[in-house]
Design a protein around this ligand. Structure first.
Ligand code: FAD
Length: 418
C-alpha cells in the first residue's frame, strides 16, 4: 500500500526526541508523520527520572570512568553492569568509550551538552507558557548531590567547576548543610552540591503534550507502525516499508533511540549506539518528601519528588536490546535509596519500569544529516539526557532541515565523527 498523501518528512520513533523534532518541524509548517512501533512515548521516554538538568549534562565517559567501570562491570548489583556476551559492536563501543574517558574529551563534550540543555530549558519554558502545562508538573528547582565518600565528592566538585565556567550557579555543601536542606538524608555524608535553576517534569505527559501540540499543527502520529525495511536509490532513501504501509518521504529522520542502530543497518550505516538499560521505581508512603531532586552520587541513583510519590531511578546495564527486568538491579536501587535516605520500611513500590537509554561511546548524541544518504537525518544517542536535550535537539534538526541558521552549534553532534 502506498499512502496517497506521502509525508514530506517521516520521523521514525515517537519518543521525546522524535516528538520534539516533529513539534519543531510542524511549527515551521513542514508536513510531518511520526511512526512508532509501539505507543507514542512508551519507549525509554516513558518513565525516566523527569530531570531537565543542564548542570548534570555530562558525557557518559568521564575521567576515571574506566577504572570505576572495570570494578563495577561484572558485579550484578553495581551501578554499571556489562552482561557477558559475544558482540563485536559492543567491543568496539567499549574501546571508543575508554578512549573518551579523559579530561580532554570532558572539556570538549560537556560545554556542548550543557549549552544544548540550557537551550532546551528555554524552549520548554516557552512551550509551557504558550500551551499551558498544569498536568505536566513542570517545576524549576534545585538539584542536590549527596556524596557519601570523599572520592564521590571530588568527582562532583569537578562537575561543579565545569558548569560554573559555563555560567551556572552551584555551591558545595557540608554534611550538616546537606542535612539542614534535606532532613530525609540519612547519617553522615562527605558533603554535596546544590545546583540552582534545574527543572523536572512528568516525562510521559510531556511527550504526549509535544505530540498533542504537533497534531494541532497538522502532524500525523501513527503508533503501532513498525519500520521493517528501507529502500534507496542513488544516495537517497526512496521508500520506507512499515507494518502500516509504505511511505515515500522527501526526508527521513531516524529518532528511534536504542533501536536506531538496527534501523540504520537497513541502510548499511554503522551507528555506534548501545542500549544502557535503567530502572525506575515509583514508591508511595514517604510522608516527608524531599523538596528538590536528589542525586545519590556513588550509586548514581536519581530521586525525584512527585505529587504523592517518589520516583527512584538508576543503574546502567549494557545488555543489548533486552527489555527484561532484572530483580537484582531493582533491589540495588531500592537499597541505595534506603542507605542514603531515612525512608520508612513501609514504603510501597507501586510501579517498576525499565527503559533502554540510547548510548553513544563518546556520550554525545548524533544529530544532523548523514553524509552518504542525502535525505537522512539522525537524532539519536541521548543516553541519560534525552529529556534534558529534547527540545534543543528538535529545534536543531528543524533548523538544519529548513536551511535556517542554527542557534545550537551543530559541530559536536555531527554524525560523521565515528
Ligand atoms: C531509568 C532512566 C532514567 C532516566 N532519567 C532521565 C532524566 O531524568 N532526564 C533525562 O534527560 N533523561 C533521562 N533518561 C534518559 C532518557 O529517558 C532517554 O535519553 C530518552 O528517553 C531517549 O529518547 P528517544 O526518543 O531517543 O528514545 P525512545 O523514547 O526510546 O524512543 C524511541 C522510539 O522509537 C521507536 N522505534 C524503535 N524501533 C522502531 C521501528 N523499527 N519502527 C518504528 N518505531 C521504532 C520505539 O518504539 C520508541 O518509542 C533516563 C533513562 C532511564 C532508563
Amino acid at each position: 500500500m502506498t499512502m496517497s498523501n506521502s509525508p514530506n518528512i517521516l520521523v521514525i520513533g515517537g519518543g521525546v526526541i522524535g516528538c520534539s523534532v516533529a513539534y519543531e518541524l510542524a511549527r515551521r509548517g513542514n508536513a510531518v508523520t511520526v511512526v512508532d512501533k509501539g505507543r507514542i512515548g512508551h519507549g525509554c521516554s516513558y518513565g525516566n527520572a523527569g530531570w531537565l538538568v543542564p548542570a548534570h549534562a555530562m558525557p557518559l565517559p568521564m575521567p576515571g570512568a574506566v577504572g570505576q567501570a572495570l570494578q563495577w562491570m561484572t558485579k550484578k548489583d553495581s551501578p554499571l553492569y556489562l552482561k557477558p556476551r559475544f558482540s563485536p559492536s559492543m567491543a568496539l563501543w567499549l574501546i571508543r568509550f575508554m578512549r573518551c574517558a579523559n579530561e580532554r574529551h570532558l572539556t570538549y563534550a560537556a560545554p556542548a551538552l550543557v549549552k544544548l540543555a540550557l537551550r532546551t530549558l528555554v524552549l520548554m519554558e516557552s512551550f509551557i507558557e504558550e500551551h499551558g502545562g498544569d498536568d505536566l508538573d513542570f517545576r524549576k528547582r534545585d538539584l542536590l548531590y549527596v556524596c557519601r565518600s570523599k572520592q564521590g565528592l571530588q568527582h562532583a566538585l569537578r562537575e561543579l567547576e565545569i558548569v560554573r565556567d559555563l555560567g551556572l550557579q552551584g555551591v558545595q555543601l557540608s554534611s550538616r548543610q546537606l542535612k539542614e536542606r534535606e532532613p530525609l538524608i540519612a547519617g553522615e555524608t562527605a558533603g554535596g552540591l546544590l545546583l540552582e535553576d534545574q527543572a523536572q517534569i512528568e516525562p510521559l505527559r510531556f511527550v504526549e503534550a509535544l505530540a498533542g501540540e504537533a497534531r494541532q499543527l497538522a502532524a500525523t502520529f501513527l503508533p503501532n507502525t513498525e519500520v521493517h525495511a528501507i529502500e534507496a536509490g542513488g544516495n537517497r532513501v526512496t521508500r520506507v516499508i512499515t507494518s502500516g504501509g509504505d511511505f515515500t518521504p522527501d526526508e527521513v529522520v531516524l529518532a528511534a533511540g536504542s533501536w536506531t542502530a538496527p534501523l540504520a543497518r537497513l541502510l548499511n550505516l554503522r551507528v555506534p549506539i548501545q542500549a544502557g538499560k535503567g530502572y525506575a521505581l515509583i514508591v508511595t508512603g514517604v510522608e516527608q518528601q524531599p523538596s528538590r531532586c536528589l542525586f545519590l552520587v556513588e550509586s548514581k541513583v536519581a530521586v525525584t519528588p512527585r505529587i504523592g510519590s517518589l520516583r527512584i531511578a538508576g543503574t546502567m546495564e549494557l545488555a543489548g536490546l533486552d527489555e527484561s527486568m532484572n530483580q537484582v538491579r531493582v533491589e540495588a536501587i531500592r537499597r541505595a535509596a534506603h542507605t542514603y535516605l531515612d525512608l520508612p520500611t513501609s514504603v510501597e513500590t507501586v510501579e517498576t519500569w525499565c527503559g533502554l537509554r540510547p548510548c553513544t561511546p563518546d556520550g554525545v548524541p548524533m544529530i544532523g544529516r548523514n553524509d552518504h544518504w542525502k535525505n537522512v537525518t539522525l537524532a539519536a544517542g541521548h543516553a541519560m539526557l534525552g529529556l534534558t536535550l529534547s527540545m534543543g535537539t528538535g529545534e536543531l534538526v528543524a533548523q538544519l532541515l529548513n536551511g535556517e541558521d542554527t542557534i545550537t552549534n551543530p559541530t559536536p553532534f555531527k554524525t560523521s565523527r565515528f
